[in-house]
Design a protein around this ligand. Structure first.
Ligand SMILES: [Zn+2]
Length: 543
């Protein structure tokens, strides 16, 4: 009843109803993000939502030039935004050696061998995407795996989480790394029981091989973005908050937008060390507003898988370490002070409980609430620190898929007691914290349906979850939807224009073959995107 009253109100107050629609969408449940009821139709005029309601009302503004899309039962939502991804990395994944899905060290090695045999690349070879979770070898990929297939050519392969890599002996030699090389601050050069290098470099130690990589050319960057736009639209994302961005990529994406080639709405958080021009110039956007840059990305600690996350107490499965603080607090404070003065949002990576507490301490006394500062991942948090997020107005930017990947090793790393505040998105919401959802692609696949499923099911894709994996942290469907729509809009200062399907808002829309509000849990990740609309323009349609 309520929704039909609201509809009547919209029709009398909307002058657009007299005009002809550019785009009409109907034929499936349309969830506006406001209230639980679905509506029948949405109309778009001039890139904005002009009507939300019944099919008859929509029919009335259909004209000869109106494009009509029949959802054929698919479900339409406000545009899904990935609030934490690495956009150029998503494109690079399409264009370079990709080891994702390797089920063993042997398989990963074989895939590298095939790549070398087929492509015969010159110079150092870079790839990424291996992760040892579930491998029968029960260990990281090492140089001993790679040396037989690449004795002389440097090969460097990033772990999927981006917080560790494996270099073969040729790469270690080329970078001048020996057993005598000390681990840098905030990083680790891993050795085996005999003190031999394994080739695995963790966090800040990864920089030791960076010199082997030639910087991507502008053409490489452009190709990667164009690949990323395609992938993201086909997944159903209308927007992304892209993290740890090179300053050079800001102008490039703005230029792509002017050329009409940026089919995704992008919100940029620039790598802290390159943020000088942003501090000087302040928040900026392309003329269309499609590409907005008003945040910086800082790193407090590392990741849990590679034991770089900063914990208060030692790792349960490695009592000699409590993880790594990657950036000294003075450096963090200096960046935050500059950001505050320039009206810039700060997004800080923090995974461990000590890492998160440190960042909350640093944010206190800044304008964290007004400038909507965020903690990226907010992954393992002391339960006592959860209310501090709310009190300081700090946004928790969380990635549901991390919880369903990490459930296989996090209990071993943390022990049962620390799981209480781990991936605790429901407790965050209960405490009044704003939670925004993302995928961290290319660390994870970056499929909104996997993220949504992880948020509501808290089980891996086979349906498995450990009994101690706190099922009480599952979200309702409506809560999960907000993470990727309304809250994603708030976290980029765009709640007036984005995040719900309402008359007057920008027409960013996502449709999926599964009804996320009603489908059985296990069916959600089996669905696919069918329609992606940005600024009222269809950028993907799997008709
Ligand atoms: Zn990330």
């Amino acid at each position: 009843m309520k929704s039909s009253l609201a509809l009547a109100a919209l029709l009398v107050t909307t002058p657009a109803a007299a005009q002809q629609a550019d785009l009409l969408i109907w034929g499936g449940p349309i969830y506006t993000g406001i209230g639980p009821d679905a509506v029948e139709a949405v109309a778009v005029i001039g890139g904005k939502i002009a009507l939300v309601g019944g099919k008859a009302a929509a029919q009335a503004i259909r004209g000869p030039r109106t494009e009509v899309i029949d959802l054929k039962g698919a479900a339409l939502f406000p545009g899904f935004t990935d609030a934490h991804a690495h956009l150029r990395g998503v494109g690079d994944r399409e264009l370079t050696l990709n080891l994702e899905g390797s089920k063993s060290a042997a398989e990963a090695t074989n895939r590298v061998k095939t790549y070398l045999d087929q492509r015969k690349p010159a110079g150092p070879v870079f790839g990424r995407g291996w992760i040892e979770t579930g491998w029968p070898e029960g260990r990281f990929l090492t140089r001993d795996d790679l040396d037989p297939i690449a004795p002389d050519q440097p090969v460097i392969l990033g772990r999927a989480d981006g917080h560790a890599l494996t270099a073969n002996s040729a790469a270690l030699r080329a970078a001048g790394i020996t057993e005598a090389t000390p681990s840098p601050e905030g990083g680790a050069i891993l050795k085996d029981a005999k003190g031999r290098l394994t080739g695995v470099l963790v966090d800040n130690a990864m920089a030791l091989v960076r010199s082997l990589r030639t910087a991507p050319t502008p053409a490489d960057r452009r190709a990667a973005f164009e690949a990323a736009f395609k992938v993201e639209a086909a997944y159903g994302w209308t927007g992304v908050h892209s993290m740890s961005v090179d300053w050079a990529d800001v102008a490039l994406l703005e230029a792509l937008d002017v050329e009409g080639k940026a089919t995704l709405r992008v919100y940029y958080a620039v790598e802290g060390a390159q943020a000088g021009p942003l501090f000087t110039g302040g928040p900026r956007a392309s003329p269309s507003g499609r590409i907005t840059t008003r945040a910086i990305k800082l790193y407090e600690d590392g990741a849990l898988g590679s034991r770089g996350a900063a914990l208060f107490a030692p790792y349960s499965d490695a009592p000699e370490t409590t993880g790594l603080v990657r950036t000294p607090p003075e450096t963090m404070r200096a960046s935050m002070t500059q950001a505050r003065a320039a009206g810039i949002q700060v997004a800080t990576h923090a995974i461990g409980d000590r890492g998160n507490a440190n960042v909350l301490d640093l944010y206190a006394g800044q304008d964290a609430s007004k400038l909507r500062w965020r903690i990226e991942h907010s992954q393992i948090v002391r339960p006592a620190d959860i209310p501090r997020f709310a009190a300081l107005g700090v946004i928790a930017s969380m990635q549901p898929s991390h919880a369903i990947g990490d459930l296989h090793f996090a209990p071993a790393r943390l022990g049962e007691a620390r799981l209480a505040g781990a991936y605790a998105w429901k407790d965050m919401l209960k405490a009044g914290v704003r939670v925004v959802g993302g995928s961290d692609a290319p660390v994870e696949r970056g499929d909104p349906l996997i993220e949504f499923y992880a948020a509501v099911a808290r089980k891996d894709l086979t349906g498995f979850s450990a009994p101690d994996w706190n099922p009480g942290q599952k979200l309702s469907r409506a809560e999960a939807l907000k993470l990727f729509t309304a809250e994603a809009a708030y976290a980029r200062f765009a709640e007036k224009d984005l995040g719900t399907i309402e008359v007057g808002k920008i027409a960013d829309l996502s449709a999926f073959s599964v009804d996320l509000m009603t489908a059985p849990e296990a069916d959600i990740p089996k669905g696919r995107a069918v329609l992606t609309v940005v600024d009222g323009k269809v950028v993907y349609w799997a008709d």
